[in-house]
Every structure is written in structure tokens, then in C-alpha cells.
Ligand binder design. Structure first.
Ligand code: FAS
Ligand code: PHB
Length: 395
């Protein structure tokens, strides 16, 4: 079969790219190794930047997000038993974030693709990318015991951190930057009312905790745990007890506990691939970069990659111009590295590192004291959290 753009991966990156290309009249086929239900079962991001919200509107899938999403103008930082509210709206001249689960956003994109009758091949295996350094790239895969081939003009590697696209690039053509953190996040999803109407980021002597939410009746909580922990070792009661120990008195009072509907441990890493374009194959989203989720940047960086890639491909087909394609890597990486910096910085500010020692603890406290009692300090947190403007410093 033949298409203009072959997209590997039906996560948010692949689905959003497919939707934006479709609206511009560009054909794309998506191949995905899991089932659609499995993709939806993965509980991940929860906070959308304005750039992401605008992109979903541009893709024509923002209706339910605006109906069910929660607009947040600020969030709390809790340390030393004291809460400090970061008033994002005031500090950034009116910007906010939207709390709307990645699962729901993915569902909206899947529904739009199905409604438009666009091809997504789920549960494929042995996906391989070929001749992406030629004018005639190809994708092959297995489905129900049959071999299939897609001839295309371009390949979009939207296949996440463990995908096949980045792995298929000759090592001499790619540079990978990685930092692995000495702890993970144990996440719990529960159908209980959130402990607070805004998110609470906690730096406690026992470690980091995050109180997030999906709706007025569904909460998402995280605890920093050692990398050696196994999710089966954590009963729901043990989770709630530890969360209580990391919260302040009002938090303990407000916390409504209940059975977990999902529980998992995610490792934390910072990772960047340079470049992100290889002939006629482009990497986008987690296929090219990973951030520790502390700054809520993972999904948002994926969305801006897709914004840049869709614009470049539309420009190629409609204006016969290679300008966007040629500048794709530079534009993405400018934004990605700033997202990586903020995510790393916020992680080292809010977590207790196993070997951090008394001096590092005092320095962490001093940094928090300064940032949260200085308008300039709080503004730097706020403007990075809501998301820097597109092409922030390419002007
Ligand atoms: P994804 O990994 O979501 O999607 C890639 C898709 O490609 C998957 O469906 C996969 O099955 C498919 N695929 C892989 N290999 C393939 C192959 N060979 N052939 C075909 N298909 C293939 N971000 C936040 O902002 N906050 C969070 O709390 C947060 N928590 C996270 C927890 C975990 C465990 C992980 C892994 C990520 C988390 N993230 C979080 C980041 C996450 O939201 C990503 O940024 C987001 O999923 C990026 O979307 P994609 O780039 O589409 O990658
Ligand atoms: C989430 O709701 O899953 C979430 C929110 C903010 C983060 C990370 C995860 O920084």
C-alpha cells in the first residue's frame, strides 16, 4: 500500500500528527503494536500547556477537553510544613494550564480518527523502517501472520522511548544524552475527590509527593520511591499512609482515600536525541526525548514537536518548500532543551536524593526559601510551568 506519511505509533504524538495532516488533506497511515484499549489503559500525563490546548483545538478535537478539563490558574508547593501558592495567572500575565488526562486526550484523537475513517493498524508486529535516507522510504510489518509494506514519502517515528525508529538509526548518525534519576514515581489513580482544588507539589523529609487530579471525583497521586521498590509491594493502605506522612495537617484532614483503580511505578530519566531528522524520517515525542514528569512537560513537548512536524510537512506538500523540514530538528531541540532544563531543575528542587547529605539539604531549602519569597523567583517557576512561547528565542 502507499501513503504520503507513514506514522509509527498511535500514542498522542502519532494520533495528533495524523489528525493535523488529515485536516490539511495529507494522507497518513498509523501502525501501532498494541491494541487501542491497551494504549488507553496507560495512565500518564495530566497537565496541558496553552500551546497544547491550542493545538488540540486546531486539530478539531478540543470540545470535550473544554467541557470536562479543569482550568488551573495556580498550584501549591509544600515544604517545611508550609504551603506556597504559585499564582501562574498573575505571574505570567494571564496564562493557565488545563488538567485533562492523557487518556482522555488520546480517546478524543482516536474517536476523531475513527469518525473520519482514517487507517490505524493496531496490534502489528515486526515493524521495520527502510530506506529513510532515500527518496523512497518504506515501512514493513506483520499483521495476522501476513507481511505488509507501506511505500511513503516520509516516516514519522512517534513510537515512544522503546520504539523501533530511533533504534534503526546508525549510531554514527545520532547523539543521545541521558541522565537517570536514583528514584521512581509510584502513581495511584482513585475515584476519590482531590485533596485540594489545585495541584500540590510536596518536598518532605520523607521524599517528594504530588497530589494531582483528573476530575472533581478522580484523583492522581504520586510518591517518590526507591528504584528497588516493586508496585506489588505497595498495598493501597501503605500508599495512603505514606502520602499522609508527606502531607501537612490540612492535607491529612482533607485526604479522601479509596481503592486504587491503577497503580504503577515509572522510572525518571532525562533523555534527548540529536538530531531528530534522518533523511525522510522524523522522530517526535518520547521517541526523541524523555523528561522526569515533575514539570509536566512530557506530553506538552511531544505536542510541540508535532506542531513543528505537521507544519513542515504541510509546507512541503502545499508550497513545495523544504524549509520547515530542514529546520525541524533545530526548532524542536531549542524548545526541548529548555523543557529538559526546567524538568531537571524542578526535580532536583523537589526530591530528596539518596546521597544528598546535610549540605545539599540546606542548599535545597535555601533555594526554595528564595524562590517562593521572591516574585522573580516564583515567576521563573510559573513561566516555565505554563510553557514558554513557541520559538521563544528564535525571533
Ligand atoms: P507514547 O510512548 O505515548 O506512544 C508511543 C506509541 O508507539 C505507543 O502506543 C507504543 O505502543 C507504540 N510503539 C512503540 N514501539 C512500536 C513499534 N515498534 N511499532 C508500532 N508501534 C510502536 N508526562 C507527563 O507530562 N506527566 C506524567 O505524569 C507522565 N507520566 C508518564 C509515565 C510513564 C510510565 C511514561 C512512559 C511516560 C509518562 N509521561 C508523563 C510522558 C508521557 O505522557 C509522554 O510524554 C507521552 O506519552 C508522549 O507521547 P508519544 O510521543 O505518543 O509516546
Ligand atoms: C498528573 O496529573 O499525572 C501529573 C501532573 C503534574 C505533573 C506530573 C503528572 O508534574
Amino acid at each position: 500500500m502507499r501513503t504520503q506519511v507513514a506514522i509509527i505509533g498511535a500514542g498522542p504524538s502519532g494520533l495528533l500528527l495524523g489528525q493535523l495532516l488529515h485536516k490539511a488533506g495529507i494522507d497518513a497511515i498509523i501502525v501501532e503494536r498494541q491494541s487501542g484499549d491497551y494504549v488507553l489503559s496507560r495512565i500518564r500525563a495530566g497537565v496541558l500547556e496553552q500551546v497544547c490546548i491550542d493545538l488540540l483545538d486546531e486539530a478539531g478535537v478540543g470540545e470535550r477537553m473544554h467541557q470536562e478539563g479543569l482550568l488551573h490558574t495556580g498550584f501549591e508547593m509544600l515544604y517545611g510544613g508550609q504551603r506556597h501558592r504559585i499564582d501562574m495567572n498573575h505571574l505570567t500575565g494571564g496564562k493557565n494550564v488545563m488538567v485533562y488526562g492523557q487518556t482522555e486526550l488520546t480517546r478524543d484523537l482516536m474517536d476523531a480518527r475513527t469518525k473520519a475513517g482514517l487507517p490505524t493498524v493496531y496490534e502489528v508486529s515486526d515493524v521495520a523502517v527502510h530506506d529513510f535516507d532515500s527518496q523512497k522510504p518504506r515501512v514493513t510489518y506483520q499483521k495476522d501472520g501476513q507481511s505488509h509494506e507501506i511505500e511513503c514519502d516520509f516516516i514519522a517515528g512517534c513510537d515512544g522511548f522503546h520504539g523501533v525508529c530511533r533504534a534503526s538509526i546508525p549510531r554514527s548518525s545520532i547523539t543521545e544524552f541521558e541522565k537517570v534519576y536514583p528514584f521512581g514515581w509510584l502513581g495511584l489513580l482513585s475515584d476519590t475527590p482531590p485533596v485540594h482544588d489545585e495541584l500540590i507539589y510536596v518536598n518532605s523529609p520523607r521524599g517528594f509527593a504530588l497530589c494531582s487530579q483528573r476530575s472533581q471525583t478522580r484523583s492522581r497521586y504520586y510518591l517518590q520511591v526507591p528504584l528497588t521498590d516493586k508496585v506489588d509491594e505497595w498495598t493501597d493502605d501503605a500508599f495512603w499512609q505514606e502520602l499522609r506522612l508527606r502531607l501537612d495537617a490540612p492535607g491529612r484532614e482533607q485526604l479522601v482515600t479509596g481503592p486504587s483503580i491503577e497503580k504503577s511505578i515509572a522510572p525518571l530519566r532525562s533523555f534527548v536525541t540529536e538530531p531528530m531528522r534522518f533523511g525522510r524520517m522524523f522522530l517526535a515525542g518520547d521517541a526523541a526525548h524523555i523528561v522526569p514528569p515533575t514539570g509536566a512537560k512530557g506530553l506538552n513537548l511531544a505536542a510541540t514537536d508535532v506542531k513543528y512536524l505537521s507544519s513542515a510537512l504541510i509546507e512541503y506538500y502545499q508550497e513545495k518548500s523544504n524549509a520547515g523540514i530542514d529546520s525541524y530538528s533545530v526548532r524542536c531541540l531549542k524548545r526541548i532543551w529548555k523543557g529538559e532544563r526546567f524538568s531537571w531543575w524542578f526535580t532536583q528542587l523537589m526530591h530528596r536524593f539518596p546521597d544528598q547529605g546535610a549540605m545539599a539539604s540546606r542548599l535545597q531549602e535555601a533555594e526554595l526559601d528564595y524562590l517562593l519569597n521572591s516574585e522573580a523567583g516564583s515567576r521563573t517557576i510559573a513561566e516555565n510551568y505554563v510553557g514558554l512561547p513557541l520559538d521563544f528565542d528564535l525571533s
